[in-house]
Design a protein around this ligand. Structure first.
Ligand SMILES: *Cc1c(COP(=O)(O)O)cnc(C)c1O
Length: 426
């Protein structure tokens, strides 16, 4: 770490728990100390000591167009001239809702919130309100934000810090959360049999990306669609990470599945704090003020956030971004596999378009239990080796790497060169 980053982290530790405002940023998953960001542009971030990195974190997902794209920055500046917040209905909220519906056809009505956490928390409340049933099925390793009842066997920072179950959550609060392994249809069948007429819905990341990345097995999402429908339960896709990324219509577009409810975040805010949840109109209409399910937000539909999100979605919709990202993703994946082969390292890469991850293992990875078997000590060395080479990966073996439209073939090739060099010494 450079001097200035070290100095700032020392100060931060005095005033902010763990020195960070979100745990995984503290580098506990890889050891060492975080660097402090000075600025970010395109595919790069610069730290306060002047070092430049090729960035594969992309502010944890939102930066699919790269950092600070002109269309978004200008939209936000223009919106700011009109006022930073109204708390009164404004036209951009309608435009945003229309755009989400146009991109994601399963969504008939949508409500804006301020984070992915809020989106998932609200979606399960709606599912429970609509079905008048208490139980929610989730899968281990899937992360749906930090709402109490979803913070059970969660991925992302929770996993990195070694506590997928959080302190401060009474067991009564999670009594209605049924946790199952991903990619295991029998487990789901048994859960429905054991909880007859009790299951409000299943929530899942259709491509889990918070315990590394792994893909749904062939037919698995279809199976979940059928068993929820057959039991009068709702299928809830948490597309906070996959939404507008693995395709314009998210994972549901890529796999051709129509969930009842969907949750969004990250890309939908264009870098500002935004989330959304939506789905079938008859379900969404249980929300206040029309229905009995309460949900609200002082800053929800905020004009700056709407401007950023609208600019991001319009740009994604108009361009060839997803096709480009697929090509670049394949180039990176092939390069990393070749690098590992040259060094004789066991490596499994998994990828859905521009989100990917690598596991240092020779076993296939289909769920959290498989992901846990990969060599995390080796990942730590890989992470620090790549950082020293100027490549910033997420500081945890359980996070996805994200490509953006700003990454060039030259950036990818530099990354592969760095990986070859680093893997030689693992
Ligand atoms: C990031 C993430 C969340 C939480 O979103 P926040 O905006 O961090 O609250 C929920 N679900 C998934 C799948 C995510 O990747």
């Amino acid at each position: 770490m450079g001097n200035k980053s070290e100095e700032l982290f020392e100060q931060a530790l005095k005033h902010i728990p763990g020195g960070v405002n979100s745990p995984v940023r503290a580098f506990r998953g890889v050891g060492g100390q975080p660097f402090f960001a000075e600025r970010a542009q395109g595919a790069h971030v610069w730290d306060v000591d002047g070092k430049k990195y090729i960035d594969y974190v992309g502010t944890w997902g939102p930066a699919i167009l790269g950092h600070a794209p002109k269309v978004i920055i200008e939209a936000v500046k223009n919106a700011a001239d009109q006022g930073a917040s109204f708390g009164i209905p404004s036209e951009p909220e309608i435009r945003m809702a229309q755009l989400v519906k146009e991109c994601v056809p399963s969504v008939e009505k949508v409500r804006m919130v301020n984070s992915g956490t809020e989106a998932c928390m609200s979606a399960i409340r709606v599912a429970r309100g609509f079905t008048d049933r208490p139980k929610i099925i989730k899968f281990d390793g899937c992360y749906h934000g930090h709402a109490d009842s979803l913070l059970v066997k969660a991925g992302s920072g929770a996993l990195t810090c070694g506590n997928p179950d959080s302190g401060g959550v009474p067991s009564e609060f999670t009594a209605h959360t049924v946790v199952l392994p991903f990619n295991d249809p029998d487990a789901v069948e048994q859960a429905f049999a054991a909880n007859k007429d009790q299951v409000a819905g299943i929530i899942l990341e259709p491509v889990p990306g918070n315990a590394g990345v792994y893909l749904p097995k062939a037919g698995y999402l279809e199976f979940l669609r059928e068993i929820t429908a057959a039991n009068g339960s709702l299928l809830i896709f948490d597309e906070v990470m996959t939404g507008f990324r693995v395709s314009l219509a998210g994972a549901q577009g890529k796999f051709g599945i129509k969930p009842d409810l969907s949750c969004f975040g990250k890309i939908i805010g264009g870098g500002l704090p935004v989330g959304a949840f939506g789905g079938r109109a008859e379900i969404m209409d249980v929300l206040a003020p029309d229905g009995p399910v309460y949900q609200a937000g002082t800053l929800s539909g905020n004009p700056l956030a709407m401007a950023a999100g609208i600019a991001a979605l319009e740009e994604l919709r108009s361009g060839e971004v997803h096709a480009l990202l697929e090509t670049m993703g394949a180039r990176l994946e092939e390069g990393l596999n070749a690098a590992a082969e040259k060094s004789g390292l066991p490596l499994v890469t998994q990828r859905a378009g521009s989100m990917s991850c690598l596991f240092f293992t020779d076993q296939p990875v289909h769920n959290l239990a498989d992901a846990m078997k990969a060599d995390r000590e080796r990942f730590k060395k890989y992470f620090h080796g790549m950082l020293a080479e100027g490549v910033y990966l997420a500081p945890s073996a359980f996070e996805a790497a994200f490509l953006s439209a700003a990454h060039t073939p030259a950036d990818i090739d530099l990354t592969i060169e760095a990986a070859e060099k680093v893997m030689k010494n693992l």
